[in-house]
Ligand binder design. Structure first.
Ligand SMILES: Nc1ncnc2c1ncn2[C@@H]1O[C@H](COP(=O)(O)OP(=O)(O)OP(=O)(O)O)[C@@H](O)[C@H]1O
Ligand SMILES: [Mg+2]
Length: 317
């Protein structure tokens, strides 16, 4: 069977990553970071790059500026074999950038959205004759040009024969203006983490949050960091423990790598349990190298590491 065709619609930015920082920054003072990296950023791009590294035929739809960071993003995505033919470049916009102050398991981010605001539903290639099997959308609240059309985006994708997934990510404005009751029926897999799900549903516990959202769900893949993940469908509720990580570097992009692993299995028609396990495995692998894509150079390297760390043979279908 041919590789599944995945379409990722979303934001694009670089991550300027500062590591080994002495303390927290304060206004009027200066501190030193002992390490710095410029990496492919954005939840959507990390999901796309890691899906492609795992063998999915992946196309990205997004917007960058005509600038150095835009060149860098396209080069990085192409190096990972992600098709960039639906990435628009705008003269009058700067490419998005996230400054990340990384403190081990946690981090403080500042994002300049720039060109990512210019992506709209009319940029999405629904009519492309080749067709896609699955649409993944991430970082809803960072995409001002998409946010109001999100329900339509999923309806159109479904009409074009695609299955769909959404990782809405954190809302920097903390308004959580996402009408989940209207939209989730068109989302096959909803992929929040615990704090996002509670904030969205305005609840204080995961069990309350799940009960509130359950009537609108197809499948929920709830990410819980070191605790692993929970999968809920109309017929099942499965808790899947995380893989133990002995070579932890950072957790940047672990959620996006979980998405890549889960969706890869989902596109292959696997059972919920297998999708969750693959998500957890890719999330755990993500944490063994710097940034979101460091552990996903290519399929051989992924295989080698998974065997070394967990004694597992990768099976992607
Ligand atoms: N320290 C860890 N050890 C083992 N597995 C981990 C660890 N951190 C994350 N994972 C795996 O990766 C998955 C996704 O990570 P997490 O729950 O942090 O997602 P997230 O909060 O959406 O992250 P992101 O900040 O990338 O959006 C988890 O469900 C888990 O399986
Ligand atoms: Mg996340």
């Amino acid at each position: 069977m041919a590789n599944p065709r995945l379409l990722v619609v979303g934001e694009l930015n670089v991550d300027l990553l500062l590591n080994q920082i002495q303390t927290f920054p304060q206004l009027g003072k200066e501190i030193i970071a002992d390490e710095m990296d410029l990496c492919l950023g954005s939840s959507s791009a990390i999901m796309a790059a890691n899906s492609a590294a795992m063998g999915a035929d992946t196309t990205f739809c997004g917007v960058v500026g005509q600038d150095y960071f835009g060149d860098f993003i396209l080069r990085e995505l192409e190096r990972k074999s992600v098709s960039c033919r639906h990435i628009k470049r705008l003269q009058d916009q700067k490419t998005g950038c996230t400054l990340i102050l990384n403190y081990g398991q946690d981090r403080a981010n500042v994002t300049y959205p720039g060109a990512m605001n210019a992506l709209t539903i009319s940029d999405v290639p629904f009519d492309e004759p080749v067709g896609y099997q699955h649409l993944h959308v991430s970082s809803l609240f960072l995409q001002k040009g998409i946010q109001n059309d999100i329900e339509q985006l999923f309806i159109k994708a479904r009409s074009a024969g695609m299955t769909t997934s959404l990782d809405m990510q954190w809302d920097p404005a903390e308004q959580w203006a996402f009408d989940y009751a209207r939209c989730l029926p068109y989302v096959d897999v909803f992929m929040p983490n615990e704090s996002e799900l509670m904030a969205l549903t305005r609840t204080d516990s995961i069990s309350d949050a799940i009960e509130k959202i359950r009537p609108y769900l197809n499948t929920l893949a709830l990410k819980m960091g070191k605790k692993g993940s929970i999968g809920i469908s109309s017929t099942q509720q499965i808790t899947m423990p995380a893989f133990e990580v002995t070579h932890f570097v950072d957790a940047i992009g672990a959620g996006d790598s979980f998405n890549a692993g889960f969706i890869q299995k989902y596109m292959a028609g696997a059972a919920l349990e297998d999708c969750l396990r693959e998500g957890n495995l890719m999330g755990a692998l993500n944490t063994t190298a710097a940034g979101g894509t460091g552990a996903f150079c290519n399929l051989d390297k992924i295989n080698e590491n998974i065997k070394d760390y967990w004694g597992i043979e990768l099976s992607l279908s």
